[in-house]
Ligand binder design. Structure first.
Ligand code: ATP
Length: 316
């Protein structure tokens, strides 16, 4: 008997001109926030559409285990989905829409009305309950969309770009809500481009590119797999041309920050001391700061490296 909630096993889906998903495998356990990441066109939406049963894989399989039952696709009452293209009725009052969506997902009307009222209160939209969706700001419309996907307390939730259109305060709020969902037993699959938020939220991450897995694991694990693991930020006296550092054997990348400080990504295994010695022969260092690279940097490095491999493959 499998204990996980979702199992995706060597799934492949090709369209006429492109292999959108290529031999992709992952499992998402109960009480877990799993982030599916990748650049535009990586195959995330195609993967989600296969999970939802909208399209079928060419090969491989998708299997859910929800509330003790093994199923190929979940019932509407068991699944919550926040689509990237938001699709709620714009001309209906938001309260009416939310209750309707709850009933569609097999809630009793009274329960749907109670949950709607509680959520609207929580997100500060209680006084807008009778207003049409289209009269709300983009961020507030996004809140209503989010509520509609989780009102019925589904066992499995797919959130496609849940933070888009939200200001930092609301991003923090929904970060908390998604953690609450996880802690109350919901399984969460998240697609998002805000790496700083994903880094704080996801229990595990799958980075894909060109339909294939590039990295998979916990955030610390995938940082460890990256080509650089260490970032050194130097404040220097001289206004130096940074291109001269790009050929350094220890440096994977160097950039200048808006405050003038130089940000170096060191190649894996390089010692900071050795690097500092070589830099100090060229510039006068006035401040040094070192930290682990961010998920954003892992994403950029890994995707660029994967694209580089494609280039080499094509040149063969
Ligand atoms: P984004 O971050 O931009 O939303 P994504 O990771 O969700 O991108 P997909 O939408 O899954 O990427 O697309 C993966 C690839 O499959 C792309 O090359 C896309 O053009 C192609 N594709 C997706 N759907 C179809 C379709 N219905 N017909 C043909 N090609 C498709």
């Amino acid at each position: 008997m499998i204990s996980n909630v979702l199992e995706v096993d060597t799934v492949t889906k090709a369209f006429e001109r492109v292999k959108a998903v290529d031999q992709l495998s992952f499992r998402i356990e109960r009480n877990e926030i799993f982030a599916l990441l990748g650049p535009n066109g990586a195959g995330k939406t195609t993967t989600v559409r296969m999970l939802l049963g909208i399209i079928r894989p060419d090969s491989g399989f998708v299997r859910f285990r929800l509330n003790g039952q093994e199923v190929a696709s979940p019932l509407s009452s068991e699944l919550g989905y926040l689509p990237e293209d938001r699709g709620l009725y714009k001309e209906l009052p938001i309260e009416k829409t939310l209750i309707y969506m709850g009933v569609l997902r097999r809630m009793r009307r009274a329960d749907a009305a109670k949950a709607t009222s509680e959520w609207l209160e929580r997100v500060g939209l209680k006084d807008r309950a009778k207003d049409k969706l289209e009269t709300l700001s983009k961020g507030n419309q996004q809140k209503v969309q989010f509520i509609s996907s989780i009102l019925h307390k589904p066992a499995f939730v797919i959130l496609d770009e849940p933070f888009s259109g939200l200001d930092p305060i609301n991003q923090e709020f929904f970060l908390g809500v998604i953690r609450e969902l996880r802690d109350s037993g919901t399984t969460v699959l998240l697609c998002a481009h805000q790496m700083n938020l994903v880094e704080r939220l996801a229990d595990r991450v799958l980075l894909m590119n060109r339909g294939r897995e590039v990295l998979q694991g916990t955030v610390p694990h995938i940082k460890d797999q990256a080509r650089s693991t260490q970032k050194v930020i130097l404040t220097v006296q001289e206004n130096i041309d940074i291109s001269q550092f790009k050929d350094s054997s220890a440096v994977l990348d160097v950039q200048r920050q808006s405050d003038g400080a130089l940000v170096f990504l060191l190649k894996k295994g390089e010692s900071i001391n050795g690097f500092l010695q070589s830099v100090s022969s060229k510039v006068t260092i006035t401040a040094i700061h070192s930290e682990q690279i961010s998920l954003h940097e892992v994403f950029v490095q890994s995707v660029q490296s994967d694209e580089g491999e494609l280039l080499i493959e094509n040149q063969k």
